[in-house]
Design a binder for this molecule. Structure first.
Ligand code: SAH
Ligand code: SF4
Ligand code: F3S
Length: 448
């Protein structure tokens, strides 16, 4: 009998990509993938440890599985991903419903672990590897427009607040050829957007090829495929990378460049290895080299010892850079990290208040930036009919903003169209269609 596997994914895009790898591995071993948990013989959760509340949510969900298991005693429950690495044995011992605990570098063993678990034995595989990149595994992806590709694994930066270097192990890059081949396969399946993923893509290295070389190679596969990437660490973003983004029309003019804090004192305690002056210079340089570039960021509020003055400096950086978007978090102390030992001394209500000020400011900036686009032209990739109304199409700009245009019979999902923005809110642009663009012929440059 064939077993049906159901998988639920939490955390960052790397986990989304890993779940596709896991499904690829399981399909190769004869398992079926199901989207219906009630139809599953094996239930897997690909988990995230980045903040306390991420783990709490997953524990809550595990509680639900308990009921499922009561009704179906041979159901196999497995924990994958970052929590598997961080909590290991505790998960099997404390939460009796878990049969398999398997970390990010041991997914090849999953079929074996499942068959052992079906016979009633528990399995733990949490070794981290210096070399595993799953280069030879073809991830299982449904048809669509957008795909994630992991280009490297692990992280060597050791920011003092972060669990990732512990849960994902040392940094290692995939072979450039295998990544380019994956983009080719996606091109044949008519995908239109690929996001290259790594915790710090700027340190990608395969032989003599750095990340700029990889981006150029990926962008050369198919002019109709937009290339995005995340995340860039501000310490080692090279000029060569900026020139490469500028050179290829199908590499999006959009850089996610997490600043974390506006205070040099806090940045140093975070081990971020750059100063705000360096960061702002980088932003200026990127603006000069890549016309129309925009930025998004990550910000942590309430890091240990953060004062009100430090907080004001963060707000000031936000005003200076004018990010298109920001992911904003309250500091969450994680056992085993260096910052954990610094104490968690900013009171919860102060963290909440500061975070709210950060969110409010970003909202205001996003709305102002979007207003400035009214009257301008943008190219969008049409993703389908708008969620709110069948009379409109929704797409995304180069800088990842959602844009809504009136329905037009000539336009299909996956087309690129030039639009003129006529209205904007903080989250959405509205526009009129000017023309459909033949991206294969003319490329995606606005000036083409
Ligand atoms: N490698 C990427 C992303 C890491 S995780 C990078 O360096 O940017 C995504 C974001 O989660 C981080 O940028 C940080 O802002 C946030 N984060 C990580 N650990 C955290 C913690 N302990 N508390 C609050 N936010 C955290
Ligand atoms: Fe975590 Fe820093 Fe690595 Fe990002 S660069 S994953 S924040 S240690
Ligand atoms: Fe979470 Fe692990 Fe990603 S901790 S953010 S799933 S790398």
């Amino acid at each position: 009998m064939r077993s049906n596997v159901y998988i639920e994914t939490y955390g960052c895009q790397m986990n989304v990509a890993d779940s596709e790898l896991v499904m690829g591995i399981l399909k190769n071993s004869g398992y079926e993938i199901t989207k219906d948990i009630n139809n599953a013989d094996v239930v897997l959760m690909n988990t995230c440890s980045i903040r306390e509340n991420a783990e709490q949510r997953i524990y809550g969900r595990l509680g639900n599985f308990k009921n499922l298991k009561t009704g179906k005693s041979n159901l196999v429950v497995g924990i994958l991903g970052c929590m598997a690495e961080r909590l290991r044995k505790d998960l099997i011992e404390e939460k009796k419903i878990v049969d398999i605990v398997i970390g990010p570098d041991e997914y090849r063993k999953l079929p074996e672990f499942i068959s052992v678990a079906i016979n009633g034995e528990k399995g733990i595989g949490v070794q981290l590897s210096r070399t595993e990149t799953y280069d030879d595994i073809i991830p299982y992806r449904e048809d669509g427009l957008q795909a994630w590709i992991s280009v490297m694994r692990g992280c060597d930066k050791f920011c003092t607040f972060c669990v990732v270097p512990f849960t994902r192990g040392r940094e290692r890059s995939r072979a450039l050829d295998s990544i380019v081949n994956e983009v080719k396969q996606l091109s044949e399946r008519e995908f239109r957007e690929v996001t290259l993923l790594g915790q710090n893509v700027n340190s990608y290295l395969d032989g003599n090829n750095d990340f700029a070389d990889l981006l150029a190679a990926a962008a050369s596969v198919d002019k109709k495929i937009r290339i995005r990437f995340t995340t860039s660490h501000p310490q080692d973003l090279s000029d060569k990378l900026l020139y490469t983004i500028a050179e290829y029309p199908n590499i999006c003019n959009y850089i996610h460049l997490p600043v974390q804090s506006g205070s040099n004192r806090v940045l140093q305690l975070m081990n971020r290895t750059y100063t705000i002056e360096h960061y702002l210079k980088l932003i200026e340089k990127a603006k000069q080299i890549i016309p129309g570039v925009s930025f998004s960021t990550d910000i942590i509020s309430g890091f240990p010892t953060e004062t009100y003055e430090d907080h004001l400096m963060t707000l000031e950086v936000m005003r200076q850079v004018k990010y298109d978007g920001a992911y904003m978090f309250k500091y969450s102390a994680r056992e085993g990290t260096k910052a954990y030992k610094m104490g968690d001394d900013v009171p919860e209500d102060v963290k909440t208040k500061r975070l709210q000020e950060i969110i409010d400011l970003q909202q205001q900036i996003s709305s102002e930036k979007n207003q400035q686009l009214v009257g301008m032209e943008e190219i969008i990739l049409v993703e389908g009919v708008s969620r709110k109304s069948d009379n409109f199409l929704a797409g995304r700009t180069d800088t990842n903003k959602v844009a809504i245009v009136p329905l037009d019979e000539k336009i299909k999902t996956g087309d690129y169209v030039r639009i003129k923005i006529n209205k904007a809110t903080s989250a959405t642009l509205f526009g009129d269609i000017i023309e459909i663009i033949d991206a294969g012929e003319n490329g995606l440059a606005l000036t083409a």
